[in-house]
Design a protein. Structure first.
Length: 431
C-alpha cells in the first residue's frame, strides 16, 4: 500500500514510459543505490532504494498499472511563469466648465472671487425691453408714445437669469472689464451681453458689497433669424494680462426645478475691521474722514416723492395734475427716498462734493448697490455743492426705486480722489 500511495502522487496523464527511459542507468533488483527512498522507473516498474542490513539496494520493484508513468519525484520541474496584464487606463472626464463639460444650469460655480449661477432663459423680453425705452434697437413708439416692439425690427432681445455672489473683501462690479458674458449661437458664434440701462441688467446694476449677492438678467441683442443654444460663456480676465479663462455654462433649468433666491446677506465676522470698513460701518451720527472730506449721517431714509415731484413733474415716478403741478405718478411704480448728511471740507482748496471723485451708493438687503441720483435739488449733496476750506453743509442724498423695494441700512461712499492709483470704499450705518 505504501508503494501504491507513492505511485499515485507522481502519476499524471500524457506521458508514456518511453518518455523517461534513459534518464537512469539500467536497474537490477539487489544492486547498490545511493540514497534510501530514491525512486526510479525501469521496464514499466517502479524501484525504490531500501536499506538491507548496512547496505542500500534496489528492491524488486512494483508494476505500474496501465503502463502510464509521470515525472520522477527526483526531477525538478520549472515553476510556471505568469504574466500580469496592465490594467486598462481610464480616461479622466473633462474638467467642469470646459466646452466638453459645461457647468449644469442651476449650479453655482466660482470664477476668481465671484460665484455665478445661471437660472433660466427668457426669449419673450422684447416687450419689457421696449416698454423701458422705445428708442432701443428693435423698438418703436405707439401713438401714445409708449415703447413697443417694432414689427419691422431686424433684431430681437433674449435674457438669461442669473445670481451673482461676491466672495471678495471689496465691492465688485459684475459689468467691469474683468468679465465678459457671451451667448453661443447654433452656428457656434458668440454674442456679447448688452449693457443697456435696464432695472435688472446685471451689467448695469451689478455692484455688490462683500458677502452680498445680486439676482438679475443678462440681456442679448440678436439678429432676426439667428438661433441660439442654451449655452453661455463667461470670459474671466481678472488675471489679465497674465492669463484669461473661459467658463462654459448651460442656461436651461427646465429639468432642474425651482431655484431659491439668495435672500438677505449676513455680514461675516471675517469682515470686521476699522470703523468705516465693510464689517464695521460708522454708526449714524458718527463722523468719518474719507479722503479730504469729513462725513456724518444725520438721518436715515425718508419718503420724499411729493417734494421731488413738486420740484419737477417730469422726473421718473412723477407727473402733472390739471394745474400743471408736479405730483407723484401712482401708476409709475416708482418712489423716492432721501437721507440727510453733513459734509466738512478738510482740504486746503475748494471742493465739489458731488464730483467724479465721490459716488454714493445704498445697499439692498441682498448686498446689491444702487447709486444716489444726480438730481437738481437745492439741498442735493451730490449735485453742484461746493465748499471752501473749512466749510460745511448739511443736505440730502436722493434714491429712486420701485415701489415695494426696501433698502438695507447701509450707505457706501466710494472715494476715487486717488484714481487711477487707488479707490477706497467707506461704509456708514443708517441706524
Amino acid at each position: 500500500m505504501r508503494i501504491r500511495a507513492l505511485l499515485t502522487s507522481v502519476i499524471v496523464t500524457g506521458l508514456t514510459l518511453s518518455t523517461v527511459q534513459g534518464a537512469f542507468a539500467a536497474i537490477k533488483p539487489g544492486s547498490a543505490c545511493k540514497k534510501a527512498g530514491q525512486v526510479a522507473l525501469e521496464s514499466k516498474k517502479v524501484y525504490t532504494c531500501v536499506k538491507s542490513g548496512k547496505k542500500l539496494i534496489w528492491n524488486k520493484g512494483a508494476a505500474i498499472p496501465g503502463g502510464v508513468v509521470g515525472a520522477l519525484p527526483t526531477q525538478s520541474q520549472p515553476a510556471p511563469t505568469t504574466t500580469t496584464e496592465p490594467a486598462p487606463s481610464v480616461p479622466k472626464p473633462p474638467a467642469i466648465g470646459t466646452s466638453a463639460n459645461p457647468v449644469a444650469a442651476g449650479t453655482k460655480v466660482t470664477i476668481g472671487k465671484v460665484a455665478f449661477r445661471l437660472e433660466g432663459t427668457n426669449n419673450s423680453v422684447m416687450a419689457q425691453v421696449c416698454a423701458d425705452n422705445g428708442s432701443r434697437d428693435g423698438c418703436t413708439y405707439d401713438a401714445k408714445y409708449n415703447g413697443i416692439p417694432d414689427p419691422k425690427a431686424t433684431v430681437w432681445w433674449y435674457a438669461i437669469k442669473a445670481s451673482v455672489f461676491n466672495l471678495d473683501t471689496k465691492i465688485i462690479d459684475v459689468g467691469s472689464l474683468d468679465r465678459r458674458f457671451k451667448l453661443v449661437t447654433e452656428s457656434g458664434q458668440l454674442i456679447e451681453a448688452d449693457s443697456a440701462s435696464i432695472e435688472d441688467n446685471l451689467l448695469d446694476k451689478g455692484q455688490i458689497i462683500p458677502s452680498g449677492s445680486a439676482t438679475g438678467r443678462f440681456y442679448f441683442k440678436i439678429s432676426v433669424g439667428v438661433s441660439v443654444k442654451t449655452l453661455m460663456v463667461i470670459n474671466d480676465q481678472s488675471n489679465w494680462p497674465m492669463s484669461e479663462t473661459d467658463y462654459y455654462m448651460l442656461t436651461d433649468t427646465s429639468a432642474v426645478g425651482p431655484i431659491p433666491e439668495p435672500g438677505p446677506m449676513a455680514t461675516p465676522a471675517s469682515l470686521s475691521g476699522d470703523v468705516g470698513s465693510a464689517g464695521n460701518p460708522a454708526p449714524r451720527g458718527t463722523t468719518l474722514v474719507a479722503g479730504k472730506l469729513q462725513f456724518r449721517v444725520d438721518a436715515s431714509l425718508q419718503p420724499i416723492s411729493k417734494e421731488v415731484c413738486a420740484n419737477n413733474g417730469s422726473r421718473d415716478g412723477c407727473t402733472y395734475d390739471a394745474k400743471y403741478n408736479g405730483i407723484p405718478d401712482v401708476k409709475s411704480g416708482i418712489t423716492w427716498q432721501a437721507l440727510t448728511m453733513t459734509v466738512v471740507n478738510l482740504d486746503s482748496k475748494i471742493v465739489t462734493v458731488g464730483s467724479y471723485d465721490r459716488t454714493f451708493k445704498i445697499a439692498l438687503p441682498n448686498g446689491q448697490l444702487r447709486d444716489a441720483q444726480y438730481i437738481s435739488m437745492k439741498d442735493a449733496l451730490n449735485d453742484s455743492l461746493q465748499l471752501v476750506p473749512g466749510g460745511s453743509s448739511t443736505g440730502r442724498l436722493y434714491f429712486m426705486s420701485k415701489v415695494g423695494v426696501t433698502f438695507k441700512d447701509l450707505l457706501v461712499l466710494r472715494d476715487s480722489s486717488n484714481w487711477p492709483t487707488s479707490s477706497t470704499d467707506y461704509y456708514f450705518s443708517l441706524k
